[in-house]
Design a binder for this molecule. Structure first.
Ligand code: HEC
Length: 147
């Protein structure tokens, strides 16, 4: 059995050790992990412009990004590889507001530069390392025709 003094040392030693580990991994995340996983060096002025437009136009009122936002319209974290640049440009410049499948997107009057900024933002977002998020959808195998 530990004496009172030994228990005190054990408690304080354990607390200090794990606090140091916690501070160490937090600093590592801030200095190395986040810049690496977000490709911080690739955040250009165009990407910043796109992010500002994203916020000011409340895209998250309908869409999610990194799972955050509303569930009215598609998740956009990986939309750049899913749809490609031309498709995204078409969505953002559709004269009547995009939406052929029932739900409609707001019609925006973005300039060419603003469209390029939003595309740059979505392209940057596409490359962030999110540890496998979003998971690929689990789809049942397609039905086979019966002969
Ligand atoms: C009023 C709700 C609404 C808002 C606000 C909105 N969208 Fe959309 N968006 C939609 C809907 C609905 C679709 C899907 C339409 C379809 O494909 O039929 C869509 C589709 C898209 C797509 C194509 C996604 C895919 O996988 O096909 C992109 C890219 C997109 N929106 C970007 C944006 C951006 C950027 C903003 C902000 C500037 C924005 N949206 C604001 C409703 C919205």
């Amino acid at each position: 059995m530990l004496s009172k003094k030994q228990a005190k040392i054990f408690f304080l030693g354990g607390t200090i050790l794990f606090m140091l580990i916690f501070v160490g991994i937090s600093v590592h995340s801030l200095m190395v992990g986040i810049p690496e996983n977000t490709n911080a060096s690739e955040i250009t002025d165009q990407v910043r412009l796109g992010k500002q437009l994203w916020d000011h136009n409340n895209c998250m009122g309908c869409h999610t990004i990194m799972g955050e936002g509303a569930y009215y319209a598609p998740e956009l974290t990986r939309v750049y590889s899913r749809r490609g640049e031309t498709y995204i440009q078409a969505v953002l410049t559709a004269p009547e507001g995009w939406g052929f499948r029932g739900r409609k997107m707001v019609k925006y009057n973005f300039t060419e530069n603003e469209v390029a900024g939003l595309v740059a933002f979505l392209k940057w977002m596409d490359k962030t390392n999110l540890n496998g998020f979003p998971a690929p959808p689990s789809m049942p195998p397609p039905l086979q025709p019966v002969n």
